[in-house]
Design a protein around this ligand. Sequence first.
Ligand code: CAA
Length: 382
Amino acid sequence: MDFALNDIQEAIRDVARRASQKLLALNAAAYDEGAIFPEENLKALGEMGLFGVNIPERWGGAEAGAVSYALAIRELAAGCAATAVTVAVTNMVAEAINTFGDEVQKARYLTQITAGAYPAASFSLSEPGSGSDAASLRATAVREGDEYVLNGTKAWVTSGGHAGLYLVMARTDPDAPPAKGISAFLVEAGTPGMTASKPEKKLGLRASTTTELVFEGCRVPAENRLGPEGIGFQIAMTALDGGRIGVSAQACGIATAAHEAATRYATERAQFGRPIGDFQAIQWMIADSATQLEAAWLLCLRAASLKDAKVRFTREAAMSKVFCTEAANEICHRAVQILGGYGYTREYPVERHLRDARVTRIYEGTSEVQRVVIAREILKSL
Ligand code: CAA
């Protein structure tokens, strides 16, 4: 077993680390406070090639693989988790187009994403009444000649109102079983009939914009359907398998930042005449966080390596997501505990890390859904 990174993986990690430390981290607190969409960060990261880390060079990507992608997202999330999720979802949409798109769609849209021509790309599956039960979605797409007419309301759209391109799942066959009657569409920003609502007011990731998308008679060219009719749910699930590696890496990045801040603080803060890091109570917290973080990251790398080896990784991605995100929440809670009252204020970053970590247990499939996926994969393999 080889735990060493190759040259490409190291190079991607270093590019992301530099950007994270020299750009993202500097504005993260202000962007969070003001709920400011991080356009400047995204422009720079798009130009660095971080919107198509696992996309072939032919389509403008870095062709660096899923492990590189995880490394990049982890680094970015340590600096600004809101920027990291925006980049992660953009990569997820790029990968869906690369896997399911035709040559025209790749030439028209994938090259735009990888070139950083859009501030972001969005993934739109959930609806107000359809979250964990994704197959129950109700938005419709009705074919009329060379177009589909989209109607309905989508929810929790990362980068809604800012993205240049939306990957939207809608029902094309109301008579088919729920998961079989859904198709996927590429909808350009500015298409008449598609509007983004006001951004949600969130606990964390406040610089990442989350909106509803309302479709009212929105006409999309039939050539913008991604893949054949009826495979939209499969496209969404395939995308989410990869997306869950991204959320795992994001959680590890947030946890790394919180853990490092808490460890540093433990060497600087003195009580009872000694640095608090001298006390076993604090040492145990540091040890538990370091161990959990290491285990989490190995699970994330394992899922990413299977993806790179083109082996089915649904189960491992779900294991990685549930473990990394729950570990990250515990690590952030511990970091706040180590900083005590200061950790509870915005003077120190661990308060933001704790708020940012919370949603990783919810989006791209809750911890409970991950456990369903893991158990189903195990049971069906018997
Ligand atoms: N890859 C490919 N195909 C898959 C698949 C996968 N990982 N998982 C399921 N499918 C296929 C199945 O094979 C099945 O097809 P067949 O009948 O031909 O075999 C079909 O899809 C239906 O599968 P299920 O019967 O398992 O479907 P289900 O209705 O029971 O749902 C679920 C399963 C795991 C609960 C799924 O609905 C799920 O993942 N829910 C969570 C949704 C989610 O993660 N939403 C997040 C949205 S994105 C977001 O968070 C916002 C953002 O931008 C960050």
